[in-house]
Design a protein around this ligand. Structure first.
Ligand code: EPU
Length: 420
C-alpha cells in the first residue's frame, strides 16, 4: 500500500491548475446510459472514482476511450441493466446509474451501497421519488431492483432534504418520463446545474437547475453530445487552504471562484488576502489567521467536503473555532488523526471545538475517507517535521496528480511504496 510523505513547514508559492469536478463527471458519465450515441467529454479528472464509473459503463455495454482529459463514450444497445456489488462497493456514486438504466431499459438492478466512513448515507429519497414516478422498487439480496411498465410518469416530487445524487438520479430519469416532473427542495450544487446543461445539449428540457425547483419536461429520446466538465470547487478549496495554512502565495487557475463563495468569505474573515478574477483566485496570507466558526450546509452554504480541510486550518489559527457538521452525521474521523499531530480539538455531538495552536507536529497518520485525507495533507504541509499518510487510495479517488501539483508549488511531498 502506498503512503504519502510530507516534509512540512514549507511556504507554498506559485500557480496551480484545477481539474474538472469529480462530482460533476460522475453523474455526467452515468447519464450517457440514457440513450445510444457518442459523447465527448473534456476536462474529465483522471481520478479513481471516474475510472470506476468508466468500468461500470463498460460493464453495462458502453465503450469508453480515454485520451488525457478527453473521454469518448459510445453507448449502443443496452447489454445489461445490473450494476454489481464488486463495483458499487468501491464507490457509492455507482447508484447514479439507477435513474438512467430504469428510464431507458424499464428495469435496473443496482447493488445497494452500504454505509461509509462519513455516515449511513441511505438512498431512500432516490427510491421514494422513483416510486412516485410509477416504478416498482424492492430491495432483495442486497440489491435495489426497480421496474416500470412502459415509461416513467412525470410527478411532483418534494425531497424531504436536499440530496445531491438524489436530485441528479431523478433529474436524469425524468428526462425520458411521460409528462413533466417538478423537483422541489432540489439540491442547488453547481454539479447538478452542469449535468442539466449536458442533458439539455442532448435534447432534454430541464429548467431551474441550480435553484431548488427544477422542472423537467419528458421527451421520448435524447441524442449524443459534447461537454466540458465544470472545474472542481473542492479541489480549488483544498489548494486555497494549502496556500493559507503555509502562509503562502498561491494563484489558482482555471477554477470557478463564484462556486466557492462560502469558503472565500470564511477565508477573508480569517484574514487571508484574496484576489478574485472570473476564472482564477490568488490567496496570500503572511500572518497567523484568526479563528472563525464554520457550519456546513448544502450549497450555497459552506461545503461539507471542505469541513475537514478547514478544520486543519483552524488548528493553527489564533483563538477558538466551532465547526458544526450538519450534512453528515459522523464526518469527524480526521479529528483523531489531527490530535496525533498535536491539534487541540474536542467534539460535542456534531460540533468540534478547535483551539488554535502555534504549531502542529508531523506524525504517521491514517486516511479514512477522501476529504479526511486532504485534511491530513494540508495539516502535514504546515506541520513541523515529517508526516506520513497511510491508505492514500482514498486521496486517489478524488485528487488528480496531487503530489505533482503540490510539488509545483514548492511542497516537499512524495509517494512511497510500503511493504505489504
Ligand atoms: N440522505 C438521505 N436519504 C437519501 C439521500 C441522502 O437521508 O436518499 C442524506 C444523507 O445521509 C446526508 C444528506 O442527505 O446526510 C445529504 O446527502 P447527499 O445525498 O446530498 O450526498 P450524496 O449525493 O451521497 C454528494 C457528493 C458527496 C458530498 C455530498 C454533500 C457526489 C458523487 N458525492 O453525495 O461528495 O459530500 O453530496 O455535498 O456527488 C466527496 O466528494 O468526497 C463526497 C463525499
Amino acid at each position: 500500500m502506498d503512503s504519502i510523505l510530507i516534509q512540512g513547514e514549507r511556504r507554498l508559492d506559485g500557480v496551480v491548475r484545477i481539474s474538472g469536478a469529480k462530482n460533476s463527471a460522475l453523474p455526467i458519465l452515468a447519464s450517457t446510459l440514457l440513450n445510444q450515441g457518442t459523447f465527448t467529454l473534456t476536462n474529465v479528472p483522471r481520478v479513481m472514482d471516474v475510472f470506476t464509473m468508466s468500468k461500470l459503463l463498460t460493464h453495462l455495454g458502453a465503450a469508453v476511450d480515454i485520451q488525457e482529459d478527453r473521454f469518448t463514450v459510445s453507448v449502443k444497445e443496452a447489454q445489461s441493466f445490473a450494476a454489481p456489488y464488486e463495483l458499487v462497493k468501491t464507490m457509492r456514486a455507482s447508484v447514479l446509474v439507477l435513474g438512467p438504466l430504469l428510464a431507458r431499459c424499464g428495469e435496473a438492478l443496482v447493488s445497494l451501497p452500504g454505509g461509509c466512513a462519513i455516515g449511513a448515507r441511505p438512498i431512500n429519497l432516490h427510491l421514494a421519488a422513483l416510486q412516485q414516478m410509477g416504478a416498482e422498487v424492492s430491495i432483495e439480496h442486497g440489491n435495489v431492483q426497480a421496474r416500470v411498465n412502459g415509461r416513467l410518469k412525470g410527478a411532483r416530487i418534494c425531497f424531504d432534504l436536499q440530496t445531491v445524487t438524489g436530485t441528479e438520479n431523478i433529474m436524469m430519469a425524468a428526462c425520458l418520463a411521460d409528462g413533466t416532473t417538478v423537483l422541489e427542495n432540489a439540491a442547488r450544487e453547481p454539479e447538478v446545474a452542469d449535468l442539466a446543461q449536458f442533458l439539455n445539449k442532448r435534447g432534454a428540457r430541464i429548467s431551474g437547475a441550480g435553484t431548488d425547483v427544477i422542472t423537467i419536461e419528458g421527451v421520448t429520446a435524447l441524442h449524443g453530445g459534447d461537454h466540458e466538465i465544470v472545474p472542481d470547487r473542492i479541489e480549488t478549496g483544498t489548494y486555497l487552504i494549502a496556500g493559507a495554512i503555509t502562509r503562502g502565495d498561491v494563484q489558482i487557475e482555471r477554477c470557478r471562484p463564484d462556486h466557492c463563495e462560502a469558503l472565500l468569505a470564511k477565508l477573508r474573515e480569517a484574514g487571508a488576502v484574496l484576489t478574485v478574477e472570473k476564472e482564477s483566485v490568488r490567496i496570500r496570507s503572511d500572518a497567523r489567521l484568526k479563528a472563525v466558526d464554520v457550519k456546513t450546509l448544502p450549497y450555497p452554504g459552506f461545503p461539507t467536503d471542505m469541513q475537514a480541510q478547514m478544520m486543519a486550518l483552524m488548528t493553527l489559527a489564533d483563538g477558538p473555532s466551532v465547526i458544526t457538521e450538519s450534512v453528515f452525521e459522523s464526518r469527524f474521523i480526521h479529528v483523531l488523526e489531527l490530535q496525533r499531530m498535536g491539534a487541540d480539538i474536542s467534539i460535542e455531538g456534531n460540533h468540534a471545538v478547535v483551539t488554535g495552536n502555534e504549531r502542529l507536529s508531523g506524525a504517521p497518520v491514517m486516511a479514512s475517507d477522501l476529504r479526511a485525507s486532504a485534511c491530513l495533507v494540508v495539516a502535514g504541509l504546515a506541520a513541523e517535521g515529517e508526516t506520513r499518510i497511510g491508505r492514500v487510495y482514498h486521496l486517489d479517488r478524488g485528487y488528480e496528480r496531487l503530489e505533482e501539483k503540490l510539488s509545483g508549488l514548492g511542497a516537499k511531498i512524495r509517494r512511497v511504496k510500503e511493504a505489504a
